[in-house]
Design a protein around this ligand. Structure first.
Ligand SMILES: Cc1ncc(COP(=O)(O)O)c(C=O)c1O
Length: 338
């Protein structure tokens, strides 16, 4: 059975064009710095976000943590959002790898504003750690997008207070698509940016960390320290190149699909969906009343070949492999759920 997998956009598998490019990729040894396909991808990726250099890394998590390691020294403090991926989904890596502490901002929309930053900033008091990095996230894991103007204000604030800014842009191109801006506009609001080639862009493996030449030189060494110096990475970079060349240009299709799906879920009268918060490829919703059978819902869909994460707050993620036929099958299965 062809499964319909709505759990995440991380479940996407490579397109036929990617598989073919991977099979034919020209490769070298990337630790020696001579894998031509990886070098090409890194140069292209840096240009796309208007940074001096870029580094291919195995995962978004490694890209984020490398960035934070590279920006900080032991004992520094990083200001970031309470619900951001680097805080809750990266295994508590920041104190382990960077030796830094984390000061979180719990904004109702998961945004960070200069007012929040002013409150979070440490003073020069002898008892306090130095605040040295601001780490932003956009698009946000809650499926919304932080406005560009706010990112600009945060960046200006950080620069005025001597902080480096990292952007977890796992879904940078989704954010740029939703805001209808060039990704360079978002990356102009940070000193380093990580974005994923996997997820909605369908590459099987890989993310990019971009920043200044000096920053990426240091990050490359830290990547080696973490065991992330890989060899014939051209096989993976070939798929990443297609992710950036073509797949990033179609993300609006996933966003439109998510909006249509959200409306149809709401129209069943059985779910609460906040349509305004459907800004990228994610639809969050809950059962309309307390009697909703959450376990039964998940297993009913599974029996129909549809994979979702458990509730009570559901997240359906649209992506390249979720076409109109998949949505029809999903709605049919929902309609037969008693
Ligand atoms: C916002 C965000 N940042 C970082 C990551 C980490 O990416 P990876 O799974 O490649 O480590 C994810 C993964 O879903 C994410 O959603």
């Amino acid at each position: 059975m062809n499964l319909i997998d709505l759990r995440s956009d991380t479940v996407t598998h490579p397109t036929p064009a990617m598989r073919s490019a991977m099979a034919n990729a020209e490769v070298g040894d990337d630790v020696y710095g001579d894998d031509p396909t990886t070098l090409k991808l890194e140069a292209y990726a840096a240009k796309l976000v208007n940074k001096e250099a870029a580094l291919f890394v195995p995962s978004g998590t490694m890209g984020n943590q490398l960035a934070l390691m590279t920006h900080t020294r032991r004992g520094d403090e990083i200001i970031t959002g309470a619900h951001y991926h680097i805080v809750i989904h990266e295994v508590g890596a920041i104190p382990v790898l960077s030796g830094a502490s984390v000061r979180t901002i719990d904004h109702p929309k998961d945004w960070i504003t200069p007012i929040d930053l002013e409150k979070a900033l440490r003073s020069s008091d002898i008892h306090e750690p130095p605040s040295t990095v601001l780490s932003l996230e956009n698009a946000l894991s809650n499926g919304t997008v932080m406005p560009l103007e706010l990112m600009r204000e945060d960046y200006a604030w950080a620069k005025a207070h001597g902080l480096s800014v990292h952007l977890d842009g796992a879904r940078l191109f989704n954010a740029a698509t939703a805001l209808n801006v060039d990704p360079k506009e978002l990356s102009a609001c940070c000193d380093s940016v990580m974005f994923c080639l996997s997820k909605g862009l369908c590459a099987p493996v890989g993310s990019i960390l971009a920043g200044s030449e000096a920053f990426i030189r240091k990050a490359r060494k830290n990547r080696k320290l973490l065991g992330g110096g890989m060899r014939q990475t051209g096989i993976l970079a070939a798929a990443g190149q297609i992710a950036l060349d073509t797949m990033r240009l179609r993300l609006h299709e996933d966003h439109d699909q998510a909006k249509r799906l959200a409306k149809r879920l709401q129209d069943t009268g059985r779910f609460t969906v906040n349509l305004d918060d459907v800004q990228i490829n994610m639809v969050f919703f809950t059962g309309i009343d307390a009697s909703f059978d959450h376990d039964g819902f998940v297993s009913h869909l599974a029996k129909n070949g549809i994979l979702i994460n458990p509730g009570p707050v559901y997240r359906f993620v649209t992506h390249y492999w979720i076409d109109d036929a998949a949505i029809e099958k999903l709605m049919e299965a929902i309609n037969t759920f008693k």
